[in-house]
Design a protein. Structure first.
Length: 196
């Protein structure tokens, strides 16, 4: 049996991106669990579903937009991916220090309008990531499904963690997510510069 290392690297990279993107939703879920401890499990599952669905759809939209302009950006696509991943990762690290504001005025995830707002807010970065997915994997639908499932699972687990032990570390979660995306951006650029 021949092991396809390129395929394995793609799977690892997609899972790392999924984990990095899910950190926003995870952190919001931890805060929601800490603040709304008596939220019924169906609302916690609905919140996780919305976060996962939006996190999957957004990169698919970004991927479609990226493909539309692929012919125009082929020569600089690695630089675009690098800039987007560094920018989004840096933004996540920066925003990790602003979670105290969220604690003061958290949005009730059982309210559908609030949930839609939270879903869009936590998935907007995934839209930009979608543009870079062609540089990371050949299996776009598997990638967006992975992103959605990972976000769903991390969101529900985040809610349960928040409900049980509070929200003492969500800013560190955001930092970890940002660092993951920055590292992937650097990896894409180095691979291109080395391999041409």
């Amino acid at each position: 049996m021949i092991i396809d290392m390129d395929h394995i690297i793609q799977i690892i990279t997609v899972n790392a991106i999924a984990a990095g993107l899910a950190m926003d939703a995870f952190a919001v879920s931890v805060v929601s669990g800490a603040v709304f401890k008596k939220l019924h499990v169906r609302y916690a599952l609905r919140m996780a579903f919305f976060f996962g669905a939006f996190q999957a759809v957004m990169p698919l939209l970004g991927y479609t937009a990226g493909n539309t302009f692929a012919g125009y950006i082929t020569n600089i696509d690695h630089w675009i991916a690098f800039a987007l991943l560094i920018g989004i990762g840096g933004k996540m690290v920066y925003e990790s220090f602003k979670f105290r504001e969220l604690e003061k005025k958290p949005q009730d995830p059982s309210n559908l309008i609030a949930l839609l707002v939270l879903s869009i807010a936590t998935s907007i970065d995934a839209l930009a990531i979608g543009i870079t997915l062609t540089l990371v994997t050949d299996f776009i639908f598997r990638a967006v499904a992975t992103i959605g499932v990972v976000t769903f699972l991390m969101s529900y687990v985040g809610y349960e963690i928040g409900k049980r032990i509070g929200h003492f570390f969500e800013n560190k979660i955001e930092i970890a997510g940002g660092v993951i995306l920055i590292v992937i951006g650097i990896k894409i650029l180095i691979n291109h510069l080395i391999n041409g």
